[in-house]
Each structure stands twice: as C-alpha cells, then as structure tokens.
Design a protein around this ligand. Structure first.
Ligand code: SAH
Ligand code: SF4
Length: 428
C-alpha cells in the first residue's frame, strides 16, 4: 500500500513537470514516504532523514517532504518539529492529493507546510494517474483504512477508518489500466474480505467484475483476513479463471489464547477449516502467511502451537516478525513481555521450519513448464531474467531474448532447479 502511495506521489510530481532523479543528492525535492509498522522502520526513517540536514544547510532551495504512516502519529510530528525543524512539508496517508498544493504554497511563500488529516471520510478519487513501477502490472486500492484494531497494530491509527471504493470506480480504473498495457492487477486493502460498497457489492462480486475486464490476465489481492473470508469468495478460485491460485492469509499465531489477546476474532480450528476449503476448491493453491513471534504472554506451549500450525498448513512462504511494541496500541501496555533471548531462539526455530517446508514445496515445480510474466532482470544475476508464475513463485531464468523483447510478456519456462525463496529455469 505504501509502495502504491509512492506511485501516486510520483504521478503528482510528474504532473507538475518534475522528473525522477536516480540519486536523492541530485534532487530539488525529496519525498520520504514512511512506514511505521515496526520499530526498525521508525529508526531507519530518522536515520535517513538526518542525512539530508547537510544538504538543506548548503542549499536553502532544496525541499524535503515527509509523508506516510509516521506523521499520522502526533508524537512523531512533535519529534520532527523539535529535532528536524528544517523539514519543509509534512502530509499524511489521507491527504496525498493535497501534495501539489502544499508544494506550490511552500515555493511561493517560503513557509513550512504541515498538514495532516486524521480521519478523512471523503478520500477523493485523484484524476492524476500514479506513475507505475511496472508497465504490465498495477496496484489498485479497493479498501482504505482498517477497523480491526488488532492489539499490536498501528495501522487503524495511521490509515483511519475503513472505507470501500465503489465497484464501478474500481472497474473503470482497471479498464483504463488494461488499455494502458496492464495485464496483472493487485487489489489492495488491509482486509479485502470486508470490502462492501454503497450498493452492497462484496469482495466476491468485485472479483467477478474484474474477471470480466478485457485485457486483464491475472488478478491478485492482498490481504485476506481469516475472520471475514467467505465461502462465496473462496468459490471465486473456481469460477474466476483470471484469479491467480495464491493467497496470503496471515495466521499471526497458532495459539488460541494469543489470537484472542491479539483481537483477531478467529481461532486455529476456524483457520484450518478455511485452508481445507481453499485446497478443496483450488488443490494447487499457494498459501503464504504472516507470523508474529514473542507477542506479550506467549508461552513455550503457545509458540509450539504456532510451529504445529506451520507443519499442518505447510506454507509456500511466510513473513515472520518479531513482536514490536507500537506506541498507542493496547498491546504496548501489556506488561508480560517476552525476553529478547527467548524471542530470538523461538524466531530461529520458526524460520528453520518455514524455510524447510518452502524448499520441500518448491520441489514439485522441478522439470515442469510454467507461464511466467517477466518483471525484469534477476536481482542477484543480471545475466538472467526474473518473473512470476500464476501462483506468485519468483523464477530466475535464462533466455536468448533481450529484456526489451520480453519484459511484461508471458514466457514459458522450464524449471531446472529450486531454492528456498525462488525457482531457477530456462525459457523454452
Ligand atoms: N492488514 C494485514 C497486514 C498488515 S501489516 C493483515 O491484517 O494481515 C503486515 C504484518 O505486519 C501483519 O500481518 C503482522 O504480522 C505484522 N505486524 C503488524 N504489527 C506488528 C507489530 N507491532 N510487531 C510485529 N509485527 C507486526
Ligand atoms: Fe493491522 Fe489487524 Fe488491520 Fe491488519 S487487520 S492492518 S493487522 S489492525
């Protein structure tokens, strides 16, 4: 979601005739779009922000802007005012469209422009198109904000109350994207399963409608919430042929006691039933998850239940996080914190399980051919290309073609080797 916000901000700057600079040191305007989901994101932000102080001192015309989740928290804005008072513009997650106005006012008056809206009920539809990271794939917001208040999470405070966009508006955006060369859309929401627009269309209705858009070949979405995922939605894996056979379904913990304390509104048996239904509907579906280790009060027995569910579900991949207390959230006040040593040791055991299973699951791709949409050069080896299968596996492969010929195209690739986080292959 932050990445998509950055695309929107870049679109606004381009509309104002700014051009992208590879190195922030050469830029006239720098916009820092921030995340605050865990503490290390906070720390990195202040570290990087501090590096611009010298540039600002040398060049008063240089403009530095801060936006995203961090300035949606009052204590962060106070800190910027006190320690980084040379920041020119601050805006939040809910008034991105106001950025051009703030920038113009700053340029005209020379005065700082700090404007954050806490809970904007009328998030307007921007007429200015985002500058997409990829030509062939696009992010599309379907639900803004979050109403779930998981006790560890800062998102409901930084992105405000949940609001679904109208189905017609989403479809008209996707039709425009398809005409502009987009093959793959990623529908975005903190909880896509609670999508409901003013005409009572739900997430499954939306998926059916996206499935009908000409030119779109792959539909992905993120993130599903086990408390809201419906049978009607699961059926879409059978009825919508463009819906990719992969789902990200965060479990967070395998212990029902911890899930309750996290305010997740499901238990492990409900979660396992969903997995069963998903696999019945789409037997080869790739399933990924998020897991938090060391939530306050987590006993060895609770943690064992997390390991158990990992072994039962056998995830294709998992994002594993060490619990990070976030100011203003209920869990930050829980006193039964787990010691760092215990968390580290549990975290390592979890990663060992998750990685072992990922590698085992990747074996099934060996010797088979898959359609890959090519994204660009491989990150670790520029003599190869990288792309994704329908079920979101990253494939690094060789081909005789040039990047220009195949970027954004669908290529058949034979899988010749597999690793924990990727597959290797060659174009056939
Ligand atoms: N809306 C999505 C994801 C939001 S944030 C959902 O509900 O699944 C992405 C992930 O970050 C979460 O799933 C959670 O695993 C992790 N996360 C959020 N807050 C955290 C915290 N305070 N400490 C550690 N991990 C956290
Ligand atoms: Fe955070 Fe929970 Fe909302 Fe996800 S559903 S964004 S974890 S509060």
């Amino acid at each position: 979601m932050n990445e998509h916000d950055s695309e929107s901000i870049a679109g606004l700057l381009e509309y104002m005739n700014y051009v992208y600079s590879e190195d922030p040191k050469d830029a006239d305007v720098v916009v820092m779009n921030t995340c605050s989901i865990r503490e290390n994101a906070d720390k990195r932000f202040f570290g990087v922000l501090g590096q611009f102080k010298k540039k600002k001192r040398e060049n008063r015309e240089f403009i530095i802007c801060v936006c995203g989740c961090m300035p949606q928290q009052t204590h962060i804005v106070e800190k910027i005012k006190k320690q980084f008072s040379w920041v020119d513009i601050i805006f939040g997650t809910q008034n991105i469209g106001q950025f051009p106005e703030l920038l113009e006012r700053r340029l005209k008056t020379g005065k700082k422009q700090y404007d954050i809206i806490a809970n904007n009920p009328d998030l307007e539809e921007s007429k200015i198109k985002p500058k997409r990271l990829y030509k062939h794939k696009a992010f599309v917001n379907i639900v803004f904000g979050c109403n779930n208040f998981c006790t560890y999470c800062v998102v409901p405070y930084t992105r405000g109350r949940e609001k679904s966009r109208e189905l017609e508006k989403i479809i008209s955006e996707i039709k425009y994207l398809a005409k502009d060369g987009v093959k793959e859309v990623m529908l975005l929401g903190q909880n896509v399963d609670s999508y409901k627009d003013i005409k009572e269309n739900d997430f499954a209705d939306l998926l059916q409608a996206v499935n009908d858009v000409k030119g779109i070949e792959r539909i992905r979405f993120m993130t599903s919430h086990p408390k809201d995922i419906s049978d009607k939605m699961i059926d879409c894996f059978a009825s919508c042929h463009k819906l990719c056979k992969s789902i990200h379904l965060p479990i967070q913990s395998g212990s029902d006691t911890i899930l309750k304390r996290m305010n997740r509104h499901y238990d492990s048996s409900k979660y396992l039933k969903i997995i069963e239904k998903l696999r019945k509907t789409a037997p080869d579906i790739a399933i990924s998850t998020d897991i938090i280790v060391g939530f306050p009060g987590e006993t060895e027995d609770d943690f064992q239940k997390t390991l158990d569910i990992v072994e039962k579900v056998r995830y294709d991949s998992a994002f594993t996080f060490i619990y990070s207390p976030r100011k203003g959230t209920p869990a930050a006040k829980f006193t039964d914190r787990i010691s760092e040593d215990v968390i580290r040791e549990r975290f390592n055991r979890l990663i060992e399980s998750v990685n072992r299973i990922s590698l085992e699951k990747n074996q099934k791709y060996l010797g088979k051919e898959y359609d890959i949409i090519v994204e660009g050069l491989s990150k670790n080896d520029e003599s190869r290309y990288a792309g994704r299968t329908d079920d979101f596996k990253l494939v690094n492969f060789t081909s005789d073609k040039s990047l220009n010929e195949i970027k954004g195209e669908t290529v058949k690739v034979l899988i010749t080797d597999c690793k924990t986080f990727s597959l290797e292959g060659k174009a056939v």
